[in-house]
Design a protein around this ligand. Structure first.
Ligand code: ADP
Ligand code: MG
Length: 326
């Protein structure tokens, strides 16, 4: 069967009968209708994924569907907003049923895991390009912002149990042929690149506890610089306190540092909190079932200093990630 645009939307992206208290109207009309909880602020974020830029053509479609939504959910997590719904703008070179089966499955399974609905979008022929907009809600004045870090705060990062930062970057280096990993190690870091876990439960639990938060998408150093700039503070980071997977821990120190400090695609939360709130921070992590590590502190003096466990300066020769400068 040859699928047209509307057959495609109906077959892969329409789930009838999924209207709810929150979603008055989903896919099929000119607009979707959403009922946010009265008095809440709407949190809105968009992320676009372009083939060759944000994902390799080797990614299995199911993982691509997962990742496209995961990176958007991660932005809501970073703001402490509860997810409500999302839209999907999709540009596809052709209607490939096997691709769409996998993509829709990965996308909608993650949506179901977070209790949110696909409520609309746009579909066109063109180069493979996926753009999702997520909608969430947060009580007034409780959103976690980049601008709230204060001198003296601790810096924390979330991480997988037994894992760490930098695995996605290590996978990319392996795909590029710059490092060779055995099959198990490669599969482990590849899964971290292709199946990120957005930290939404942690983001919610950190409301009223964290002073600032950001999700790690472009690499720890660059993302931390955004927080420092918006908060008008500096920081000292302990490179040896960064959580590491066993696979990355087995690599040479320079590669390890590059992957953890300048990697990207981690989708962990980096947040600050007053030292007096350490018990509340740990309780929030426990409540969210998410591991966290204390990796540094916020300073009044501007600039970012990276040191090792003995306090020695660590060189950071990598430029922050910028899509127009690669
Ligand atoms: P319009 O002509 O108003 O732009 P479309 O014909 O593009 O509407 O889309 C028809 C319906 O299908 C709309 O409700 C739209 O939100 C929805 N839709 C289009 N593409 C997608 C998609 N990829 N995923 C989910 N819903 C979609
Ligand atoms: Mg349209």
């Amino acid at each position: 069967m040859a699928f047209g645009e509307f057959d495609l939307i109906a077959r892969w992206f329409t789930r009838p009968g999924r209207e709810s208290e929150r979603i008055a109207l989903g896919v099929g009309d000119d607009c979707a209708l959403v009922r946010p909880t009265p008095g809440m602020q709407l949190a809105v974020s968009t992320d676009m994924l372009v083939e060759g830029r944000h994902f390799l053509s080797s990614v299995p479609p199911q993982r691509l569907g997962h990742k496209a939504l995961a990176v958007n959910l991660s932005d809501l997590a970073a703001c402490g907003a509860a997810p409500l719904a999302f839209t999907l703008a999709l540009s596809l070179p052709r209607v490939d049923p096997a691709f769409l089966d996998g993509f829709a499955h990965g996308l909608l399974a993650l949506a179901d895991a977070h209790g949110i609905e696909l409520i609309g979008g746009d579909t066109t022929a063109g180069p493979l390009n996926i753009c999702i907009t997520v909608f969430g809600e947060v009580p007034p004045d409780q959103a976690l912002l980049r601008s709230g870090a204060r001198a003296g705060d601790d810096l924390w990062v979330s991480h997988p149990d037994g894992g760490g930062l930098g695995d996605a970057r290590l996978a990319l280096e392996a795909f590029r042929g710059h490092v060779s990993l055995d099959a198990d190690a490669f599969e482990a870091v590849r899964a971290r690149m292709e199946l990120p876990t957005p930290r939404n439960a942690l983001g919610l639990a950190l409301r009223g506890v964290a002073t600032s938060a950001i999700d790690l998408s472009d690499g720890l150093l660059g993302d931390l610089q955004h927080v420092l700039a918006r908060s008008s503070v500096g920081a000292t980071l302990d490179a040896d306190a960064l959580p590491l997977s066993a696979v990355l821990a087995a690599q040479a120190v320079t590669l390890r540092r590059e992957c953890t400090l300048a990697g990207g695609d981690d989708y962990e939360l980096l947040f600050s909190a007053a030292p007096a709130r350490v018990a509340a921070v740990q309780a929030a992590a426990a409540q969210a079932g998410c591991a966290i590590a204390r990796i540094g502190r916020v300073d009044a003096a501007p600039g970012l200093r990276v040191v090792d466990a003995r306090g020695r300066h660590v060189a950071t020769p990598w430029a922050a990630f910028d899509h127009f400068k690669i």
